[in-house]
Structure formats: C-alpha cells, structure tokens
Design a protein around this ligand. Structure first.
Ligand code: HMG
Ligand code: MG
Length: 300
C-alpha cells in the first residue's frame, strides 16, 4: 500500500548547484538553504565536502554550513567522499553525511577515481569513523537505472552493491537514476531485485528528470512502500561527471502531485516556490516559469 506520508530529501543546494556553470555566491547559497528551511523541508542536502579541484561549485561547503540557521525539525546533510571530507564535515558541525557509490565501474572511476571495490573500502573507513562519532550516514547508489558510459545495468547488480553499501551501516540506500533514464517498468524491476534483499524502510529513490518520467517513477514506487524521495527545488540539478544528466525531479512538482493524492509531506508549496524563484534568479539560465509563479505573483 502507498505510504500516507513521504519524506522529501531536498538536494537542490548540492545536486542542483554542483552542476551550474555560473558559481552561486556563498551568501546566496545560505539564503537559498534558509528559504528551504522556512518551507519545512525535513531533510536538506546542503553541500558536498568533496575535492574542490573536482567540483569547484562545492568548495565553500564549510562557509555555507557556517552561515545557515539550522532549526530543529530539519536535518542538514552533505556528501562526503573520503576521510578528508569527513574531517571537514565534522569541523563544520555536520551531524549527517552521505557517501556515494556506483553500480557501474566506469562511472565510479569518472566520479570518484576509484573502482567500486576501492570506494566501498574507503566508505567502510568513513562510515566506521562517522558512526562512532554519532553521525547518521546515508548511502547513494548511482547509475542504478543506466550508466552514461556502460548503458544498461542489471537489477541484480544494483541489488548486490546496495546490499554491500547497507552492510557498511548506512541507514538508507538512495537508489539513484543519475542520468534520468528510468521509466516505471524499470523501477518495478529494480525494486523487485532490491527489496528481495533490503526492507523498503531502508530504500530511498533519487530521480533525475531527463525523460520526463520522474513523477511516473515515483508513482510506480509508492505501492512498494517506498517513503523517501529526493528532489530539487525548481528541478535544478545534474552531475558534472555524468554527461547528459538533467535536473532532478522538481520538489515543487513532487509536492503538488503527492498533496493532490492526499499524501502528506509537511512541506509548504508556497514557501518552497519562494526558494525556487530565488535560486532561479541567481543562476545564468531561466528555470521554467511555473517554478517562479508564487514569488512573481507576490511582487506584482
Ligand atoms: P583524487 O584526485 O583521486 O584524490 O580524487 P586525491 O586524494 O589525490 O586528491 C586530489 C586533491 O584533492 C588533493 O589536493 C587532495 O588533498 C584534495 P592536492 O594535494 O592536489 O592539492 N582532496 C580534498 N580536498 C577537500 N576535500 C576532500 C578532498 N579529497 C581530496 N574531501 C576524490 C578523489 C574522491 C576526492 C574526488 O574524485 C572527488 O572529490 N570526487 C567527487 C565528485 C563529485 O562530487 N561528483 C558529484 C557528486 S555524485 C552525484 O552527483 C550523484 C548523486 O547525485 C546520485 C545520482 O544522481 O546518481 C549523489
Ligand atoms: Mg543526482
């Protein structure tokens, strides 16, 4: 049965802004996160403590964490690729992190310069230290529905790496459609394989919307009892190491659909659209006008 309440993980400040050509200032990122907090997003992925040489857009992770207000009721998280990243996250007072592995070897190499086995060995160290320090750790599993370099990915392979990630102690594995090619039939096949090994409570789904199938994919996943979905305000997003990756599923559209179905998220769509319109005005290309409507109508 479909869950009555869904947790939305807002990834716009990280997955969205990591892929923007124009650098958004630290002050604007802080204002964006604070607007998302005001919309009552339950989880906000604020930034990434990755190498600034690899992703310059996230170089100011510490500055963003230092500037945001963190009201109780929202969890603030960040990507961490290695122990150096964990040290930086701990110094910023971060209480939740996410490690990120891949279902395919080529993407793993391109994204983090390690094979899947090497990355899981790194994450074993990161998780060990983070869990001992009392942090919550999430695990992403990229290219679960297709790889920009290797093409199709067998669901059994996805389930295999998901289990290996789960064994590291992550509270949740976010099965991710890095390049936005998933469709509902494939969602069913991947979930059949993954849920044969892990309970639905430990699975989240992370869709990009290249093909316009992200909302349909959520609909396909609800009957499986999946209750956590990632999305980004205004549909910002992509991955600098995944050619062709488009924006994430738009948080705005996800809330609209779920609320119409009587499924609660606890997020204010009006407040969220203020955040979407704000960040839309700080990047060098327009977001679709539907994401700026609430704020625009306020101005007039
Ligand atoms: P590397 O070059 O193999 O590692 O990168 P290294 O240890 O040789 O480090 C290179 C330099 O970076 C060194 O500096 C390190 O000190 C520094 P130098 O000595 O040359 O001056 N460095 C760091 N600095 C700050 N923080 C750190 C850090 N680590 C090293 N944590 C590495 C390996 C993993 C570091 C690199 O490949 C990396 O940072 N990759 C991250 C790429 C990334 O962020 N991709 C996007 C996020 S994943 C994604 O979008 C998918 C997702 O949305 C789900 C989905 O949709 O599929 C999550
Ligand atoms: Mg992503």
């Amino acid at each position: 049965m479909a869950p009555k309440r869904i947790t939305i993980v807002e990834v716009g400040p990280r997955d969205g802004l990591q892929n923007e050509r124009a650098l958004v200032s630290t002050a604007d990122k802080i204002a964006f996160v604070n607007l998302l907090s005001a919309a009552h997003l339950p989880v906000i992925e604020v930034s990434a403590f990755v190498s600034p040489k690899w992703v310059p857009q996230m170089a100011d992770a510490a500055g963003v964490f230092a500037g945001i207000t963190r009201p109780a009721g929202t969890r603030y998280t960040a990507l961490v690729p290695n122990l150096a990243g964990l040290d930086r996250a701990l110094a910023s007072g971060v209480t939740e992190i996410a490690v990120f592995a891949s279902s395919t070897e080529t993407f793993s190499r391109k994204n983090i310069n390690q094979s899947i086995d090497e990355s899981l060995a790194t994450y074993r160290q990161v998780c060990g230290r983070a869990l001992a320090a009392g942090l919550r750790v999430r695990g992403y599993l990229s290219t679960a529905f297709g790889c920009p370099f290797e093409g199709d990915v067998a669901p059994a392979r996805v389930a295999d790496v998901a289990v290996r990630l789960a064994e590291l102690g992550v509270f949740e594995v976010a099965i991710s459609d890095t390049i936005g090619v998933a469709h509902p039939g494939q969602v069913s096949r991947v979930l059949d394989a993954v849920l044969a090994q892990l309970p639905a409570e430990r699975i989240a789904l992370h869709f990009h919307d290249t093909r316009g199938t992200a909302l349909a994919n959520v609909l396909a996943a609800l009957p499986y009892g999946i209750a956590t979905f990632d999305a980004s305000a205004g549909g910002l997003g992509g991955c600098p190491y995944a050619p062709g990756a488009a924006g994430n599923l738009a948080t705005d559209d996800l809330i609209y659909m779920l609320s119409g179905m009587g499924i609660e998220t606890g997020v204010s769509l009006t407040k969220l659209s203020e955040a979407s319109a704000f960040i839309g005005s700080k990047i060098d290309h327009p977001l679709p006008s539907k994401y700026a409507q609430a704020a625009a109508s306020k101005k007039s």
